[in-house]
Design a binder for this molecule. Structure first.
Ligand code: FMN
Length: 327
């Protein structure tokens, strides 16, 4: 049997296979609330239940952390009814489901924004926004907002929650030396730069209990001079492993791109190295186009699970066809 089709147990949930739909922002919510259009989209993406896991798009944990106008909200209890329908829609198609929760930091859709230090991320440099450096009180409030949002995801009936610490958003802005110029215990060496992520994991774990799976999406390397390197990533994952059940690796401060690399599994060198350091399953996403690509990356030890985003977006039947190809 192919590895791609082999189930994987994560705490109390069994993923039927190793294919993951990674989070993709759709802009289809109705002012933060799950809309009929959004339900239809996820029903279509998960039709016939070929995927092992669907991680829904990044959703904002508090108004200050909103990334775009029609982003999904997990910021208060008013969103619970819609989120519950979303979980039910995905479960009705026989897939396990998680929600990615996020704070956009300096990329927030607002005139005044909060971030790790005094620096904008590279793509935000020329924006006319007032930037505030997070105080320790603001950090504590934000950590609590992540925990509260994770509880809402659990209450809505999802199987897991994913914390977004990639693609240049707030938690990545703390992790990256390109955006974190703090001189306190949240800045400087890697152990300080991941401190807020560590605190978020601990607060979320405390809030959702031991049995609820928590996934961390980490932007392992920045691929920009002066940014996080593989050595930073290897230190970071060891500091962050405790309390999470799956590590979802991406990279790039300016998105999910690795300049100069577009082939299947373009973060595979990093995920292979990370897998040797930690003992939880790793998701590898980026550039996968065919079932054989995915199978090869699993077979050569690059990952335990494979994310397929853009191929699924262009053909929601991709997963079903890909698995059939491996018959
Ligand atoms: C339209 C679109 C929206 C995305 N939104 C998110 C998001 O909300 N959160 C996230 O972590 N990654 C997001 N990504 C990145 C994808 O999850 C994935 O990492 C990336 O597309 C690379 O995988 P692929 O080569 O299979 O497309 C998005 C990608 C696309 C194309």
């Amino acid at each position: 049997m192919s590895i791609l089709k082999t189930p994987l147990q994560i705490k109390n949930i069994e993923l039927k296979n190793r294919l993951v739909l990674p989070p993709m922002a759709t802009g289809k919510s109705d002012d933060g609330i799950v809309s009929g259009e959004l339900l239809n989209y996820y029903a279509r993406m998960s039709e016939e239940g070929a995927l092992g896991l669907v991680i829904t798009e990044h959703s904002f944990i508090c108004r200050e952390g909103i990334a775009s106008a029609n982003q999904v909200s997990v910021a208060d209890d008013a969103v619970l009814a819609g989120l519950t329908k979303l979980a039910e829609t995905l479960h009705a198609n026989g897939v396990k489901a998680a929600v990615q929760i996020n704070h956009a930091g300096s990329s927030a859709f607002a005139d005044e924004v909060w971030t790790a230090g005094s620096l904008f991320r590279p793509t935000e440099k020329n924006k006319e926004k007032k930037l505030h450096t997070m105080t320790k009180e603001k950090i504590a409030e934000t950590v609590q907002a992540f925990a509260d949002a994770a509880v809402r995801v659990k209450r809505a009936g999802f199987d897991a929650v994913e914390l977004h610490a990639a693609h240049g958003y707030l938690l990545d802005q703390f992790y990256s030396p390109l955006t974190n110029d703090r001189t306190d215990e949240y800045g400087g060496p890697v152990e300080n730069r991941v401190r807020i992520i560590r605190e978020v994991i601990d607060a979320v774990r405390e809030a959702v209990g031991d049995e609820f799976p928590v996934i961390l999406r980490l932007g392992a390397c920045d691929y920009i001079e002066g940014g996080n390197t593989e050595a930073d990533a290897l230190k970071a994952v060891k500091l962050l492993e405790k309390g999470i059940d799956v590590l979802d690796i991406s990279g790039g401060m300016n998105g999910f791109i690795r300049p100069g690399y577009t082939g299947a599994g373009y973060f595979a060198d990093i995920t292979s190295a990370i897998r040797k350091e930690i003992s939880i399953p790793v998701i590898l996403t980026g550039g996968v186009q065919t079932a054989q690509d995915a199978e090869n990356l699993l077979a050569d030890g690059s990952a335990d699970l494979i994310g397929v985003a853009r191929a699924m977006l262009s053909d929601p039947d991709w997963a079903k066809k890909a698995l059939a190809e491996l018959e």
